[in-house]
Design a protein. Structure first.
Length: 231
């Protein structure tokens, strides 16, 4: 079985374009093909079409984050349509069509680098890139550490528990830390074993209030609020 897809693809080249635009493509493809195959077929029609080869960086389809290894069947069934609007995960960071500049994401790891010991540690951070750009929090605070930063903190705490309190104090930052987190619900289409972000962030908050309650005014206020609720 195959699908006939009507695709509206985001187009923008930072070197030549003043404004972004959308271009239409018709693609016929097997239901078991992956999104990457769809993107390659678009490129076959239009050699100037560009997208990232980073397997961990999703794109948006009808406003939902989708990884390139996702099957066409899964996309169509979950979205309920073969009319697909494909955009970069962050239009604000778009460089060339679906390819984005991830330098802001790369910089955010600096605060946690002192707690990494192996090359694989930083690789784990980079695998979380889509969780950074899908976050609604970036819409109102560009300096937010990012959901990826918080998830990486969990990884480091589990791997190097001796650094727990130091890491918790960093992510508890009043201006850029965990208190800016906004749940994004179904804004990203993931596999069955995907990270349950909301549960992990809630657990991090509990650990902050348990182990480093006097870090700043927010943690002190939250501790007091919980104490009053338990009174």
């Amino acid at each position: 079985m195959s699908y006939s897809l009507d695709i509206s693809a985001f187009r923008f080249n930072a070197k030549t374009d003043f404004l972004s635009y959308y271009k239409q493509y018709k693609i016929k493809i097997d239901k078991n093909a992956q999104l990457l195959d769809v993107l390659n077929l678009i490129k076959k029609q239009d050699k100037n079409f560009s997208f990232s080869n980073n397997n961990f960086l999703a794109v948006k389809i009808n406003h939902i984050g989708v990884y390139t290894h996702t099957t066409v069947k899964t996309i169509v069934e979950k979205l309920g349509t073969t009319d697909l609007k494909i955009e970069p995960l962050s239009e604000f960071r778009a460089v060339n069509d679906l390819d984005i500049d991830t330098s802001d994401f790369e910089k955010k790891i600096e605060l946690l680098k002192p707690f990494t010991k192996e090359e694989r540690d930083e690789e784990c951070y980079r695998e979380l890139v889509s969780y950074y750009y899908i976050s609604p929090s970036l819409e109102f605070e560009r300096e937010y550490f990012g959901d990826s930063f918080l998830l990486f903190a969990i990884f480091l705490i589990k791997k190097y528990p001796e650094n727990r309190d130091k890491i918790l104090k960093i992510i508890a930052d009043e201006d850029c830390g965990i208190w800016l987190y906004v749940p994004y619900g179904n804004l990203i289409m993931t596999s069955q074993n995907a990270i349950t972000v909301e549960e992990n962030i809630a657990e991090l908050k509990r650990e902050i209030l348990k182990y480093v309650p006097n870090t700043n005014s927010i943690t002190k206020r939250e501790v007091k609020r919980i104490q009053n609720l338990n009174f």
